[in-house]
Design a protein around this ligand. Structure first.
Ligand code: SF4
Ligand code: SF4
Length: 150
């Protein structure tokens, strides 16, 4: 299990390892776009920059990098929400980072992690991990080494 950690009030990780993929139906609450460290990989930054978006990211701290393998993270507004959040909706949905595409899951070769703070998880149903696997690749390769270390 990856335990909950906070830096400056933002959730870095609140994932639990499970044996069976639960069901999921997003409630559009927008909570995953607020008060969170949103890891960004090089491809995420390039995708958004090539569409003309600038000044939306900053470097991760050493601990954030150790945990996620991401060199950057999304800038947050003063109220703690993602710079791209409008109301409860993402203003760059088609271009959103992999972190947002695979949330609330991280699917690895031999593990499934589920975010405990997502109200859309349906623990009494069974889901399909495949749609989340590709967007999980970067972080799963990093988390996988952390899991293997313990
Ligand atoms: S926290 Fe979960 S239910 Fe809420 S918007 Fe994010 S993915 Fe959807
Ligand atoms: S990029 Fe969009 S989906 Fe991702 S955290 Fe920001 S508002 Fe939410």
């Amino acid at each position: 299990m990856v335990t909950e950690r906070s830096i400056d009030g933002a959730v870095v990780s609140d994932y639990i390892r499970v044996k069976k993929m639960p069901g999921f139906a997003c409630t559009l609450c927008g909570d995953c776009c607020r008060n969170r460290m949103i890891p960004l990989y090089k491809e995420d930054v390039e995708r958004l920059e090539s569409a003309g978006y600038m000044d939306f990211y900053e470097p991760t701290t050493k601990m954030e990098f150790e945990l996620t393998g991401a060199p950057y993270k999304m800038k947050l507004k003063e109220d703690g929400s993602c710079i791209f959040l409008e109301g409860n909706l993402c203003s760059v949905y088609e271009l959103r980072p992999d972190t947002c595409r695979r949330y609330p899951f991280i699917i690895g070769e031999d593990f499934i992690l589920v975010s405990l703070s997502c109200p859309g998880i349906k623990w009494d149903e069974e889901g399909n991990p495949e749609p989340y696997r590709k967007a999980s690749e970067r972080i799963a390769s990093r988390i996988g080494t952390l899991i293997d270390d313990h």
